[in-house]
Each structure stands twice: as C-alpha cells, then as structure tokens.
Design a protein. Structure first.
Lengths: 443, 365
C-alpha cells in the first residue's frame, strides 16, 4: 500500500498521462482479480450501511477488519481492507490471504473472507467523503465493536471464569477469638468478567457471629465490579468472633456465591460460581498449651561469626499436641548455618522444626541450630508455632527472641595471618637459606 | 662407591678445585644458592694455600674446605721456602686429610711453576704415600713460557720431584698449549680451569660407573704407571652433528688434549671412555678408531657408559712415552736454570768488584 501511495504521489507530481493509464490498468486488474463474487445465501447481516474511516476497523468476535485505504479516480471507486485474527495474547495476526496485500473491493461489490468460524462478507456501499460498508457473517456474532485506530485496538473476546475462594486466617480458635474471613475472586477465563455480584452466607450457626467489616467499607461494593482475565482481587474481608456460647468442636462457615457475565459478548449470559466452605475448630477449655523459650549462647555476635540458638518447647496443657511445627523467621542479618538436628528443614532461609511424635502434657523437647551474623545491626528471631488439635490447627502466639546485636568483627581471622605469615616465612626461608649458603662459602 | 680426595694446592690448584666445585653445582653463577653439589661419586675437596687472598677469591669451595698455611702472603715462587713451610705445617695438612675419612684414590691439582703448589705437592704426595696406600695422581699445570725463568726452573724441578715422590701418575696440562682457549690471559685461565674441571668430573664418573665395556681404577693405574708416569687427557663432547667417531678423534687431537702430543705416536698406553645414548654408539666406528690408536699406543682400555638421550662424549687418557714438547720444555728449563745461575754469578762478581774498590779504606769524618 505504501508503494501504491508512492505511485499516487508520483502521479500528482509529474502528471504523466502515460503513468495514469498504467496505474488505472493495474488497479482494474487488482479489482478484477481480487474480488471474487460469492453467493451470500446463509450470511446474516451484522452491520448495515456503517460509516467507516480510513485506518479504523470493526471487530467481530475474534476477527478484526481494518480499512487501510481508499481510491477514487474517475469512475473507479475502491476501498482496501485487511482482516486480522485476534489472538488470546491480545496480539493480532493478519489473515487477509492476499499475498501480503490488502484486499481491494470496488464500489457496490462484495468480498467474502473465509475464516475458521465461517465467512465474513464485506460489501462496499459508498466511497466518497465517507465510506459505508455492510458486514455479514454466517456464524453467531457474540462480540462486535467499531475499532477506532484499527486492528491494534482489538481485544480478545472470550468467556470469563471466576474462581471464588473463602479463607480464614485461623482454623483453631477459642471462645472470644476473632477470625478474619477473606472472600476473593480470580478470573481464570479468557474474557473479562463484569457485573460481578457476591452473595455470602457468613455463618451457619450462632457459634460465630459477625464482628466488623474490613473491606470494603460497610461491605458494599460501589459501582459495577469487573475483573480482567488472569486478575484476582478480594471481594470482601470481614471479621467473625467466636461467641461465648460456641460449643467446642468443628463449625462450618456459610458458602459464598458469585454471579457475573462476560464483558465482551453482545448477549448477556450470567455465570454462577460458589466458594469453598471453611471449617473452624473451637477448642475446649483444656487443650494443649505450648510454652516456648528461645535462647542464644550470645546476644552480641561479631559479623561473620555464628551463634547457637536453643529452642525449648513444653506442653503445659491437658491434651497432647500433635504435629507441632516451629518455624524460626530469621531477620536479614542472620543466616541459617546448620544444625545437628537433621530433621530441621529450611524454607526460604527459615529453619522449620516439625516434631513427628506428639507432645504429651508436660512433655519437653529441645532442638538447636546455628545462625551466622551476615550484616551489622540489631535483630530478633521470631517463632511461629502451630500444632494440630482435634480437626483444627492451633497457632501459638508469635514469640520473639531478645535483641541480637551484630557488630563489627575486630578479631583477626586466623586465616588472615596466613596472608602475611606464608609469604614472610618464604622470604625468611629464602633469606635464611642464602645467608646459610653464603656463610658456607664465606672465608 | 669410589671415595675420591681432590686437593688443590697453590693458587692454580685452588682455582681448578673451585672450577670443579662450580661444575658440580651445575655451572651457574648463582647455582650454589639454589642447587646441591652433585658429584658422580663421593668426593672430598681441600684447597691448600699459603696466600690467604687466593683462598678468599674462591667462590664455590666451602670455607671448611679451605686450608690456610700462614706464611706472610705466599712463598713468592721460592720453592725452597715453600718446602720448608710445608714441612712446618705438614701435620696440620695431614690432619685435614685424615678428618675427611678414607679414600680409594687422590688427585692433586697444582701448578708446577708457582711457589706453594709446586713446592707443597711433591712433599704432600710423599707424606700421603707414607700414611696411605691409595694411588695418587697429580694434575700438573705447566706455565706460559713467557712467564719467566723462575717459573720454568720451578717447573723442571717440580716435575722431577713429583716423579720421585711416589705419585702413580702426573697428568700434564700445558697453559702454553691451551692459551687459545681465551682471548686474554684472564679468560684463558678461566677456560683452562673449566676444561680441566670438565675432564676431572668425567673421569670420576667413568671410574665409578657400571659400564657396557668396563674400565676401572686398576685400568687407569695401568695406563698412568706405564712409561715415564706422565700422561695427559683429552676430551670431546659430541652433538647432533658430531658422531662418536669424530668425538673420539677430537678427544685425541689438539682441540681436545690438555698437552701437545701426537696421540698416535707419542703415547704408550691409552684409555678411551665413551658416554652416549645407545643409538650413537656405532661399534664399528668405535672399534676402527680404537684400533687406529692401538697401533701406536700398544694397548687401549675401552669403557662405554650408556646414558639415555646423551650425545657422544669421549675422554681419552694417554700415557706419554716421549714428546717433543716435553723436550722443549726441559731445554727451556735448563736454559733458565743456567741463565739464573749466570745472573747470580755475575751479580756476585759485581758485588765483589764494588766492595774491592773500597778495599781497606775507612770512613773519614
């Protein structure tokens, strides 16, 4: 097309009559050879007498038609089109099928593009100050949109699929505890979801009662809620409280429901999905209670040195604690440096000790590991402890070590001595050897 | 293992000894600082001198091996003074030898012309012979002829006394003959000493090696004691271009010998020791050359040392029956003695004449 424009400029520049004749012949040849008359029997009109501007386009489902140029010369009136397939990635791929050239359509003529879904018929109705076309297809059109700026403005049209999750921050609680509930939506589909409406039955019995809204304020989503593909967002966050009347044991929360429709499709289809149902274990008065102490052999560690961390855990409750897990969250300046206890695993740099056998009441356990001071500063090691109790998981209150001071290492590493001692010894050795030899021959 | 005693007497002998020590370190200027002394057999070296400065000049001989006989700063080329000096310090020298253990053979390097070496060596040989039974060979270095009449007469008397001392053999090294080795007197001395050192070390190796064809200390003694117990040695080191045949010839020619001699006509016995890789040991060539020498010398002992990747090296030991050069040397020595005697008589006469002029006059004041 650029070549075509160049030729046009050439025509206006030299006004060569011969060139004009040649040009017209080429255009006519293109028109005759490219435009193939087709029967339009099963084709349904999508657009009727739509006004088009050069460079704009129209998206039908996942196809984008773009008018690239027009030609008005004497009685010859043509418009040129390219057809693109809109990919899931949002990019477009040309499928005009004319050896890289745009498809020229003469006034009052039609051209049918054969696409995987069927046929797209383009009819040129008028070419003048404005261009008018008629579009028809033989397949269902679920999405149709005028594209200002052409095919680059096209977007993939697909079905949304909302996954609704309802989670709680703790599953083992006592009377009076609060539980934070989070309901989130994730769009796993190909198309954007719109008109998202959440219905949530918060609780199923009186053991848990609504306490307060965290998000959104008042629990109400203002305006229409939409979610693009591969995006996720919290819909509601609120707090429940374990009532004083709650019976010990398992309690299930209410299920949440979401309805939404596709943002892209022309027809409105409403989809529905449901959340998972969290379960909460309300502990009785006499459960397992873990008392944990953390001690370091020194709280002042020279940079580069290691310190030994000793953790003691004792079950002071009346029930046994199973699957006790103690995770040490190490600060930036301390690095895990190994342990004689091979059962300690390291996740993201943090050592986690999991006891395979249950801690009976009054049972005590101890384990140790080492940390290396990598950066100067003041730090604390935080312990996250949990254990299984009945069907739920109980979390002990977060616990911190005393402040650990990492200071500059003023001691000289024995290895550093070697840097000086070895060369010095070699020099002294060589010097001594030369002196000894010299004396052997000195007279 | 052969136990060898190597003594350097006087300035010349000391320098030869130092050259041997240098070679045993590998030959480099600083080799004594980074290398161990490697002799082919057990070798003890002793440098004996009356001039302390000469001993100080040595660079590769250990201090403990330098024996200073205090007598001013040398004996001034006077052999009579030197002999008396040795007699006075004989026990000291003999103790130094005794401290170094037992030996199978001794070599003494000395100049025949100077003071200390030429006067000490005959007496030292005699002293050693009185106490020990091992054979003693002397590397006797003859002077440049232009060095003066004292040196020439010293040479004549030294050689005479050496032959009478009981030494099994005297190996002649002629500075006059070897002067071509250096462009000036200094470098000539250094090159001569290096050449002697090279031959001495090769000789030590050949006397203490398991050879393909065997020569030993007994053969060496037979060669050295034949005839007038004078001998010389020749040496040639081959390379890619020089075959074993050429190496043998070179060792017997003036380029390889230490004393001017027609090896084929003026030698009475000979010993040829060849060291080389097997591939260079062409038996036909060796036999041809040895047979050629046998025609004149009568009997030639052959020794072959096989050393991997070594080019041919040949050491020849030739016992001298007679020699033009030896005659010339003695003629010059006799002439020198005569001239010295005449000069002395003339001087005495002149002194007598001068004193006669005074007669019975007395000083008047």
């Amino acid at each position: 097309m650029s070549m075509f424009r160049e030729n046009m400029r050439g025509y206006h520049a030299d006004e060569s009559r011969f060139s004009v004749h040649i040009y017209i012949c080429i255009i006519l040849f293109l028109a005759v050879s490219f435009v193939t008359p087709h029967a339009a029997g099963a084709i349904t009109t999508v657009l009727q007498n739509e006004k088009f501007s050069k460079g704009d386009g129209y998206q039908i489902n996942n196809y984008a038609l773009e008018m690239t140029d027009t030609l008005v010369m004497g009685t010859t009136k043509m418009a040129f089109f390219r057809l693109y397939s809109v990919l899931e990635t949002g990019e477009t791929e040309e499928i005009t099928g004319n050896s890289g050239n745009p498809m020229g359509i003469e006034l009052n003529s039609s051209y049918i593009f054969n696409v995987p879904d069927g046929k797209i018929e383009v009819t040129l109705i008028d070419v003048g100050a404005n261009v008018y076309i008629k579009l028809g297809t033989d397949f269902d059109v679920k999405y149709g949109k005028y594209l200002y700026g052409g095919h680059n403005r096209a977007g993939y049209s697909g079905k949304p699929m909302i996954l609704l999750t309802k989670t709680v921050d703790k599953t083992s609680v006592r009377k009076g505890d609060t539980i934070q509930v989070t309901i989130s939506a994730a769009n796993l589909g190909k198309g954007a979801a719109a008109s998202i409406v959440l219905q949530d039955m918060q609780v199923q019995d009186n053991s848990l009662v609504f306490n307060r809204w965290i998000y959104p304020a008042g629990g109400v989503i203002v305006g229409e809620y939409a979610l693009d593909p591969e995006k996720s967002a919290p819909l509601q966050i609120y707090e429940l409280k374990v009532s004083e009347d709650a019976a010990p044991g398992n309690h299930t929360l209410g299920q949440a429901k979401v309805t939404y429709r596709s943002k892209s499709v022309v027809e409105t289809v409403t989809y529905t999905n449901f959340s998972s149902i969290p379960e909460i274990f309300v502990k009785g008065e006499a459960g397992a209670v873990l008392q944990i102490t953390l001690a370091l052999d020194t709280l002042a560690i020279p940079q580069g040195n290691t310190a030994k961390v000793t953790i003691n855990v004792e079950n002071t409750g009346k029930l046994k604690a199973e699957s006790v897990s103690i995770e040490s969250i190490l600060p930036d300046g301390l690095v895990y440096a190994g342990s004689p206890d091979e059962s300690i695993s390291v996740v993201k740099g943090n050592p986690i000790k999991k006891f395979t056998s249950a801690l009976d009441p009054l049972d005590k356990r101890e384990f140790t590991y080492s940390v290396k001071a990598s950066k100067i500063g003041e730090y604390k090691i935080v312990l996250n402890t949990s254990h299984r109790e009945g069907a739920g998981v109980s979390f002990a209150p977060e616990q911190s070590s005393d402040t650990i001071y990492v200071g500059e290492n003023t001691a000289i590493n024995p290895a550093d001595y070697l840097i000086y001692i070895v060369p010095l010894a070699i020099v002294i050795g060589i010097g001594g050897w030369i002196y000894w030899r010299h004396n052997q021959f000195k007279y | 293992m052969l136990n060898v005693l190597l003594i350097g007497a006087g300035q010349c002998g000391n320098r030869i000894l130092d050259a041997v020590n240098k070679e045993s370190f590998g030959g480099g200027k600083l080799s004594k600082y980074y290398s161990w002394q490697k002799f082919p057999t057990r070798v003890e070296t002793i440098a004996v001198n009356t001039a302390v400065n000469d001993l100080k000049e040595l660079k590769y001989t250990k201090a403990k091996d330098r024996i200073h006989i205090p007598y001013l700063h040398g004996v001034g080329a006077n052999r009579n003074v030197g002999k008396q000096c040795f007699i006075d310090n004989k026990d000291y020298v003999m103790r130094a030898v005794a401290e170094r253990g037992d030996f199978d053979v001794a070599f003494i390097a000395t100049s025949t012309a100077g003071g200390t070496g030429s006067s000490f060596t005959p007496l030292l040989v005699s002293a050693l012979k009185e106490r020990y039974s091992f054979p003693i060979y002397v590397f006797a270095v003859l002077p440049f002829r232009e060095e003066g009449t004292i040196y020439l007469q010293n040479t004549a008397f030294c050689l005479k006394e050496l032959r009478e001392s009981g030494a099994e053999g005297i190996i002649l090294v002629d500075n006059q003959f070897l002067r071509h080795l250096g462009s000036d007197i200094e470098t000539a001395y250094d090159r001569i000493n290096e050449a002697i050192a090279e031959r001495i070390l090769f000789l030590f190796k050949s006397l203490d090696s398991e050879m393909m064809m065997v020569t030993d200390l007994g053969d060496f003694k037979t060669v050295m004691t034949s005839g007038i117990r004078l001998a010389t040695v020749g040496f040639s080191r081959g390379d890619k271009e020089i075959s074993v045949k050429s190496a043998i010839r070179n060792s017997l020619s003036s380029s390889g010998l230490l004393f001017s001699l027609d090896a084929y006509t003026e030698s009475s016995r000979a010993m040829i020791i060849i060291e080389a890789d097997k591939k260079y040991l062409n038996i036909d060539d060796i036999t041809t050359e040895v047979d050629r020498l046998t025609t004149g010398a009568g009997h030639v002992f052959k020794g072959i040392l096989v050393r991997n990747k070594a080019y041919p090296s040949v050491l020849s030991v030739l016992a001298i029956t007679s020699g033009k050069e030896l005659d010339n040397l003695y003629d010059a020595a006799v002439d020198a003695v005569e001239r010295e005697r005449r000069k002395k008589e003339d001087a005495a006469r002149q002194v007598e004449s001068m004193m006669g002029k005074i007669g019975k006059l007395e000083a008047q004041y």
